[in-house]
Design a protein around this ligand. Structure first.
Ligand code: IPD
Ligand code: CA
Ligand code: CA
Length: 258
């Protein structure tokens, strides 16, 4: 199956790359910060056509068009363009993220970091890789020496879980915080050891599915803000190299709202 997920993530990546920097239509979804471009839709259409043709019995959960046949044995979880705000502003950090679940368990995940030609992928139980090189989380165990990454959801004005307060506390106890604008890429850089940790609230299954497997297969851990194992449906995500998890969790527990 991994070969098929890789093939379609590469093809969708070409569509996105082809559209980058051109004149494309941009629409607002729930508010003026929540965008969708015609390239998001084109990428999603292409991925769905591929799946429907090759695996007609499989279900699909895709960001722009929703779910079909999601109780099937195999379900594809698709973010056709993760980092749409960057893309709309001609800023070259965005990805195509595709996870494949079997009976609710993610068995393959691919994140194509399009403009850097970094293809990140994992298969359950077989490790995770970037362009053929095995990924491994950082072995740094000190929060004060950790570079972290986060993101803000489109409903940040409601300050869910005190996301704004968490940012101001965590920036004080870490070496630094980055905000790349693609959650799928954030996971991959924890998997590869560039970042020790990533946290965000109100992500969606398509933001999480592929990246979560890639991090776990690289030796990382993902929980919610209470320390319970996370799923692709979790509304709070804390993802680390394991070694700083407890330290970061303590800061989060002290400062989050329920
Ligand atoms: C967004 C990105 C961003 C994260 C947002 C997501 P989209 O996805 O992953 O990094 O902070 O919460 O919604 O809308 O560009 O696919
Ligand atoms: Ca997304
Ligand atoms: Ca998206």
């Amino acid at each position: 199956m991994l070969e098929s997920v890789l093939e379609i993530a590469r093809e969708a990546g070409e569509i996105v790359k082809e559209g980058f920097g051109k004149n494309f239509k941009v629409e607002f979804k729930t508010n003026e910060s929540n965008l969708v471009t015609e390239i998001d839709k084109k990428s999603e259409e292409h991925i769905k056509n591929y799946i429907n043709k090759k695996f007609p019995s499989h279900g699909i959960l895709a960001e722009e068009s929703g779910g079909t046949n999601t109780s099937a044995e195999y379900v594809w979880v698709i973010d056709p363009l993760d980092g749409t705000t960057n893309f709309a502003h001609h800023f070259p950090i965005f990805s195509v993220s595709i996870g494949l679940q079997k009976n609710g368990e993610t068995i393959c995940g691919v994140v194509n970091h399009v403009m850097l030609n970094e293809l990140n992928y994992a298969e359950l139980g077989s490790g995770s890789f970037r362009n053929g090189e095995q990924l491994k989380v950082s072995d740094n165990s000190k929060l004060g020496r950790s570079l972290l990454v986060t993101g803000f959801p489109y409903d940040i004005n409601d300050n869910p879980s005190n996301a704004l307060g968490l940012f101001t506390e965590i920036v004080k106890v870490s070496q630094g915080i980055r905000r790349l604008g693609s959650a799928a890429i954030d996971f991959c850089y924890v998997a590869g050891g560039s970042f020790e940790g990533f946290w965000e609230v109100h992500l969606h299954p398509w933001d999480i599915c592929a990246g979560k497997l890639i991090v776990e297969e690289a030796g990382g851990i993902i929980t919610d803000f209470d320390g319970n194992p996370a799923s692709i449906h979790s509304k709070q995500i804390l993802c680390t190299n394991k070694l700083i998890h407890h330290q970061l969790l303590e800061v989060i527990k002290k400062n989050k709202f329920d």
